[in-house]
Design a protein around this ligand. Structure first.
Ligand code: NVA
Length: 266
């Protein structure tokens, strides 16, 4: 249901909508805006609520992302993920926290004004202590990407924001280029590129065209070359959204039978 099709928070309180939806559905995935709204849906609907994206967090994306990384490398612990771009958006914060839960070293590579909020750093540090993740927040690209196995980026202007000119000024040096991929010093078969999508890597979209006309940039957070290179894993990552959300729904709706490896192969 799109925002134009329901009243959510406009003509009807979140609490009331939660009760209506909860009476009709077995679960609700909310991909919207305010984190508070998804929390209220969970509080009042009486059914499982999955956070499909809010202004604060992107947790289900994390499951698909780390599933993708495991698919490529066979393990997670000890790998290094360098997130290059807007260092305090919903995706960057989620990667820092999720990576810290899983023993992946997360480097947030971003200009100083976009450094991760201390509250989020604190959450990540709490998990990193147990998992052994060694995290880094830096504006130094060379230091930040060195040794990375995964170079990850996201759009420079996220939901609820609109100031492209300020972001372009800050982030232009942080575009993911082939030069940056080589700067990792990581062997080709141990290095991938990821992006949660949608991505501005060319001028084929309406917004991509507008950015080009206004700011002269035909590629924004990642070059078309990297996006289409041997390192590109963003479409496997996108496919894994399907498998991971199915798993979450199965796990949280109950009545899930998971056969053991032995039983499964009979
Ligand atoms: N940071 C992006 C994520 C898109 C999936 C946004 O909030 O628009």
């Amino acid at each position: 249901m799109g925002a134009g099709e329901i009243h959510l928070g406009k003509k009807e309180s979140i609490e009331d909508t939660a009760k209506v939806l909860g009476s009709m559905f077995d679960g609700i995935e909310y991909r919207g805006f305010a984190q508070k709204d998804v929390e209220d849906l969970a509080k009042y609907s009486g059914v499982p609520v999955w956070n499909g994206l809010t202004d604060k967090w992107h947790p289900i994306q994390m499951l698909a992302d780390f599933m993708t990384i495991k698919e490529k490398f066979g393990h997670l612990k000890g790998l290094t993920l360098a997130y290059v771009g807007d260092g305090r958006d919903n995706v960057a914060d989620s990667l820092l926290v999720a990576g810290s839960m899983l023993g992946v070293n997360v480097h947030i590579v971003t200009p100083k004004p976009l450094f991760t909020h201390p509250d989020v750093q604190k959450i990540a540090e709490g998990f990193a202590k147990d998992s052994g993740s060694r995290n880094l927040i830096t504006d130094d690209i060379e230091q930040g990407v060195k040794g990375a196995n995964i170079i990850y980026t996201d759009v420079w202007v996220s939901m609820g924001e609109n100031d492209w000119s300020e972001r372009i000024k800050l982030l232009k040096p942080y575009t993911v280029t082939m030069k940056m991929m080589y700067m990792t010093g990581t062997p080709d078969d141990q290095l991938i590129f990821m992006h949660c999508l949608p991505a501005f890597h060319d001028r084929t979209t309406k917004v991509g065209k507008e950015i080009y006309e206004k700011y002269g940039l035909s590629e924004v957070e990642v070059t078309d070359e990297v996006f289409n290179s041997q390192y590109a894993w963003q479409f496997t990552e996108a496919e894994n959204r399907l498998h991971s959300i199915k798993a979450i729904m199965a796990a949280t709706l109950g009545n899930l039978f998971i056969p053991s490896v032995d039983e499964g192969s009979k």
